[in-house]
Design a protein. Structure first.
Length: 133
C-alpha cells in the first residue's frame, strides 16, 4: 500500500511538503521499499540545492532561478530507518535552537575532539565534557 500525504506551511514564506512511502518492505531496495520527500516553494522561500561528490559540487542551484522544489528519495528499509533517525536529529537540533533564541542556555559538545564524554555539564560555560562542574 502506498501512502502519500501533503501539507502546506505558511509564514512569511510558504512551503508545500509531500511524503510518499510504501512502508517497511524488509531488506534492501530490491524488496521495493522507498520513501520520497518533496519540499516545494509556494512563495517567498529562499533555498538552495547542492549535489556534491566529496568536495566537488556537481549542481549548485538557487530557488527562483533554477528550481522550485527539492525531492529526496531513499530505497530500502535500513535507508528508511536511518533517514527517520537523521530527521529526528535535525528536528531536535532546530527545536533546541528555538529554545536558545527564547533565552535558554546553550549547551556545546565538541565532537571534533577525540575525548571521552563524561556526561557532565559545566553550568558556567555550557560545555559538556571533562572539567570542573
Amino acid at each position: 500500500m502506498i501512502r502519500k500525504i501533503y501539507n502546506e506551511f505558511h509564514s512569511c514564506n510558504m512551503l508545500g511538503v509531500t511524503v510518499e512511502h510504501n512502508g517497511y518492505q524488509g531488506g534492501d531496495s530490491g524488496h521495493g521499499g522507498y520513501v520520497k520527500i518533496n519540499i516545494k516553494d509556494l512563495g517567498g522561500t529562499n533555498m538552495t540545492c547542492k549535489l556534491k561528490m566529496g568536495d566537488k559540487v556537481l549542481v549548485d542551484a538557487k530557488c527562483y532561478d533554477d528550481f522550485d522544489s527539492i525531492e529526496l528519495s531513499v530505497f530500502g528499509s535500513t535507508e528508511r530507518a536511518t533517514l527517520v533517525d537523521a530527521l529526528k536529529m535535525v528536528i531536535k537540533e532546530l527545536e533546541h535552537a528555538k529554545h536558545l533564541e527564547s533565552g535558554g542556555k546553550e549547551i556545546f559538545l565538541d565532537l571534533s575532539k577525540d575525548e571521552e564524554f563524561d556526561g557532565k555539564l559545566n553550568l558556567d560555560t555550557g560545555i559538556i565534557g571533562a572539567g570542573n562542574y
